[in-house]
Design a protein around this ligand. Sequence first.
Ligand SMILES: Nc1ncnc2c1ncn2[C@@H]1O[C@H](COP(=O)(O)OP(=O)(O)OP(=O)(O)O)[C@@H](O)[C@H]1O
Ligand SMILES: [Mg+2]
Length: 262
Amino acid sequence: MSQRTLQIKALTVETQRQGQRVKLVDNLSLSVERGKVLALVGPSGSGKSLTCAASLDVLPPGTWRKAGVISIDGEVRSPSSLRGREVAVILQNPRSAFNPVRTMCSHAYETLHAIGADLPGWQERAAMAMIAAGLSEPQRIFDLYPFEMSGGMLQRMMIALALMSEAPFLFADEPTTDLDLIVQRDILDLLERLKQERGLGILLVTHDMGVVARLAEQVAVIDSGRIVEAAAVSDLFLRPVHPTTRQLIDAHLSLYGMEWAA
Ligand SMILES: Nc1ncnc2c1ncn2[C@@H]1O[C@H](COP(=O)(O)OP(=O)(O)OP(=O)(O)O)[C@@H](O)[C@H]1O
Ligand SMILES: [Mg+2]
């Protein structure tokens, strides 16, 4: 494994509201290690998706990166150069990630072309990634346009494209939101395998503390664009310090009819 650590340092994202600049992500720093999962958790609207987007230069219109540096093993990299090559990405809203006038085959080709892997046999490679992501009929799906696919199928296709890229890092923004429980479990199993077998370093955005407990080694809690707590998973569940963290864990425990042990 050549690359070991991806660091986001002092990231600030702004927008303009009523003539005033407002910070949506505020001086945020994170570190993602190969072979490990860092979970980024926090309330809705706290800046999780913008953190991922700003780190890869895919911010939505009306927002911009005011400050911040992304580096791999200490070497500063331009966010746009990381996308697809060093960092595969699973976005929160799968439909927005696909070009509506291009088939899945064309999307797969583009992904492989971007990394110079559009060699003879590329379709088999694409089909294998699609099967691994739970799309069992790749030849049929190759011919489909985004509007012919369900949200869950598009989510799995995005995961397949991420697998095809063979990037050492993955930013997964709510990767299982649109999926039924069985597929959710399969995707989480797949991420765990990729972490172990390929040494993938994963930044996992999720609301689900059950997913955090299962997959992550480290957790960062974000609220109003700032990291308010960062800890190893076991410490965070046993000794949450910040009120936002306690709320997230309370909500998780009450969902399963459980209470704090102490
Ligand atoms: N294009 C935009 N223009 C202006 N403000 C935006 C834009 N996109 C997001 N925001 C604001 O930035 C903040 C953070 O949004 P973000 O999408 O990162 O939240 P999130 O933590 O991913 O939430 P969720 O859990 O609901 O996905 C929110 O207050 C949101 O309203
Ligand atoms: Mg989001």
